[in-house]
Ligand binder design. Structure first.
Ligand SMILES: [Zn+2]
Length: 475
């Protein structure tokens, strides 16, 4: 069975990962773990996009070669993901030799198929974005992301006959209604109708830090073409991608350019391009000048990686823009500690003195869990990722709540012997099931839990999963 192949965009390593890239990557890691938790194999890949003018310039500013610079930055990214308990099956770098081979193979295939030609490119180029803009895409004559006027440039270049794929693309979207992100289809379809050819090279004098054209060493591959094919390099038998996660700013590249290139080179197309919203902090876009930047690594240091994952997976809406209120962080931590943390502690303590291991499963405990697991599995198998993220956090909380009320209702401390054992064992086995379902999000907590709780009977009965923080008042 082909694993469910999950990708994140590969990141530009010109700084540490920020909250936005941490969000995409934690969600991808979570999904990969969730599939596995339900017995469905998955493959999850993330990495760094290491070529291009911008990195070359940044390296030079620091007196380093581009390779030295990206080696350092890629190491920093790996380290950051480790701290956030993100464990990709491969961390791909576009400077990896096998990836450079892929890009060359793809360029040859494009040439052999008659999909590229040489021409002159004149256009408006944003250095920050490393791409050309059409007049219509600019906002008041400026790049919408950098708010800077683009430069006029004219160069010899290779073009990909993307316009020839217009009808095939439209047909593909029609036949595969899940491919495009819901709520954003119209925007893409309207733009595809005016699809133009794509410049896929940069002359050596402009860019040296990239993949040379195998049949014309005077030209270097446009970074986006280089970057997109990382998904192919890293696929390792899992092709095609099932779930490609991204923020809305790079939707065009993934929903239009990417499938056109794959059609031209004869590869099977991905199943879903999944777009999430942006995250605001205290109601505004994060910015240094507003002083509302949240550093995911600092947050993990303060509250633990599980908390960051809980915050991003369970407390931020997936499809629409989310908002994190900094004053509420402590409250959210207490919520996590008070529900799942407290439940684990409570149930394990009740297990003290339980003699038997036999019990009848009480539907009051397992009904909810089974229902939730089935629903999750159905949505995951159908690749309804937005739905999975909509229901997951609430589902976990609901089960935790159910288990707590079960204990309150049964009051095992008032019971004796077999009756007491029965009630406690139900709560305990229910908790084991809950922790299996929560483990893709609460990676560290679940690891700690299963270390002491075992699968049959706990070895220890003391466990504090999310201890009170200094400076955080316990509620
Ligand atoms: Zn720009």
């Amino acid at each position: 069975m082909k694993p469910v192949y999950i990708t994140t965009p590969i990141y530009y390593p010109n700084g540490r990962p920020h909250l936005g890239s941490a969000y995409t990557t934690i969600v991808a890691d979570f999904l990969a773990r969730l599939y596995r938790a339900l017995g469905i194999p998955s493959r999850f890949v993330t990495g760094t996009d290491e070529h291009g003018e911008k990195l070359e310039r940044k390296a030079r500013e620091q007196g380093k070669t581009p390779k030295e610079f990206v080696d350092e930055m890629a190491a920093e990214f790996r380290e950051a993901w480790k701290k956030l308990l993100v464990e990709p099956d491969r961390f791909i770098r576009t400077t990896d030799p096998d990836h450079i081979e892929t890009v060359k193979k793809v360029l040859e295939a494009l040439r052999e198929g008659g999909h590229i030609y040489k021409g002159k490119y004149e256009g408006l180029y944003c250095v920050g974005c490393e791409r050309y803009y059409s007049e219509g895409e600019l906002v008041e004559g400026k790049c919408p992301f950098h708010l800077k006027e683009p430069e006029h440039k004219s160069i010899d270049a290779y073009f990909f006959r993307m316009s020839a794929f217009r009808d095939r693309l439209l047909e593909f979207y029609r036949g595969n209604p899940k491919f495009l992100p819901p709520g954003r289809k119209e925007e893409i379809l309207n733009r595809v109708k005016e699809l133009q050819d794509l410049c896929i090279s940069r002359p050596k004098e402009q860019l040296t830090w990239g993949v040379e054209f195998p049949f014309d060493p005077e030209h270097v591959t446009y970074v986006w073409v280089d970057a997109l094919f990382n998904y192919l390099t890293a696929s390792n038998g899992a092709w095609p991608p099932d779930i490609q996660l991204m923020g809305k700013d790079i939707m065009w590249f993934h929903c239009v350019i990417w499938p056109s290139l794959l059609m031209a080179t004869g590869y099977e197309l991905p199943k879903r391009e999944v777009v999430h919203g942006f995250i605001n902090v205290d109601g505004s876009k994060m910015s240094k000048s507003l002083g509302n930047v949240i550093d995911p690594l600092e947050l993990a240091e303060e509250y633990g990686a599980d908390f960051v994952r809980y915050l991003l997976i369970a407390k931020v809406p997936f499809r629409d823009d989310g908002n994190i209120v900094r004053d509420e962080l402590e409250k959210i931590y207490r919520e996590l500690a008070g529900s799942i943390g407290n439940l684990a502690n409570r149930v394990l303590r009740l297990m003290e003195g339980v003699r038997s291991t036999e019990f009848r499963r009480d539907p009051a405990v397992f009904g909810e869990i089974e229902k939730f697991r089935k629903e999750l599995e159905k949505q995951l198998r159908e690749l309804n990722i937005e739905k999975v993220l909509d229901i997951y956090g609430q589902g976990i909380q609901r089960i935790a709540h159910r288990l707590n009320s079960y204990i309150n209702e049964r009051e095992p401390w008032k019971l004796d012997g077999a009756e007491r054992d029965e009630a406690v064992l139900n709560a305990y086995r229910g908790l084991v099931e809950l922790m299996k379902l929560a483990a893709p999000m609460l990676v560290e907590g679940a690891r700690k839990f299963f270390k002491v709780a075992g699968d049959g009977k706990p070895g220890e009965t003391r466990l504090i999963l999310y201890p009170p923080k200094s400076g955080i008042k316990s509620s």
